[in-house]
Write a protein that binds this ligand. Sequence first.
Ligand SMILES: [Zn+2]
Length: 319
Amino acid sequence: MNWITNYVRPKIQALVNKREVPDDLWAKCNSCGQMIFHRELEESLRVCPHCGHHMRLSGDKRIELLLDEGSATPVEIPDIQPDPLKFRDRKRYSERLKEAQGKSRHHEAISVVHGTVEGHAVVLACFNFDFMGGSMGLAVGEGLLTAARLAVLQEAALLVVPSSGGARMQEGILSLMQMPRSVVAVEMVKDAGLPYIVLLTDPTTGGVSASFAMLGDIAIAEPGAIIGFAGQRVIQETIRETLPPGFQRSEYLLEHGMVDMVVHRADLRATLARVLGLLRQPRRDEKNVVSLPAEEAEKETASAAPPAPLEDGDGTADG
Ligand SMILES: [Zn+2]
C-alpha cells in the first residue's frame, strides 16, 4: 500500500496536473487570439482586455454579476418527464443529459432565481450555454413558466438572459412546443403590468430568438453577441447574396431597431437598475395615492368612478 500511495499516486497526479495547470492559468481570446492571464480575465468579467470581446459566461457567474450580493434565492423548477421520446442517436438522450449535468454542474439548461437589482425585485431566468448549448426543451419551458408565475406572484420584474442555440432536437415536437409556451409565460407577466426585460447574450439563435427572446419590453444586448434565427451561412446560401459586415451582431441589430441598447458587461447591473426604476415608477405613484389623507383619497375615487350605472336606468345604452 505504501508503495502505491507514496510512489505511484504522486506520479499519476503529476502527470494529470501537468496538463491542467496551463489551462487554468491562461485563456485565449476567440476574437483577437491574445493570451490572457486567468485571474485578469475573471477580474474583467471575462471581457478581453485587448479587444473588448465578451466571452460567454456561465449561468452562475451571470447571476452573480446581475443580482445584488447575497440576494439571489434559487427557485426550484418542477420536474418534467426527462426523456419523453426515449430518443437515441449515437448515444441515448438520457445519457447525454447525465453527461451534461456532470460537466456543467447544472441540472438543466436554465436556472431560475429571485433577488434584487440595486433594490428592485426581479425574477431572473438565466440560460446555461454549457448545458447542451442552452437548448430549449421541456425543462426550459417549465423554467420560464415558473419564473413568470413567480414574477406575477411577487409583483417583480421578469428578467430573462437567453444564451442558446435553439430547440432541443432530442425532444422533437415537444421542444418546439416550448416556443408558444414561453410566449404564454411572457404574456402572463405583461398582463400583470410588470416589466419583462431580456438581456440578449451570445448566442441567441433558433427557436429562442423566434419566441420569448424578441418580446422584451426592453431588449438589451451584450456587445458583439450573435442574435438571429438561422445562421449566416444558411441565409447566404438560400438567398444567394453576400450579407453585410456585422450581420446578426448586437450593434447591427441596434442600428436596425431590433434591440434597444447594447451595454458593456461592466455596466449591465447599473443599466438594468435604471431601466427598472423608470418602468416601476407608476407603481410608486399608486402607493402614494393610497397614502393620501382620507378626504383627498375619497375625492379621487369619487371622480374616478364611472357615472354610468346611475344614469343608465333602462339598460338600452350598449351591449
Ligand atoms: Zn481579444
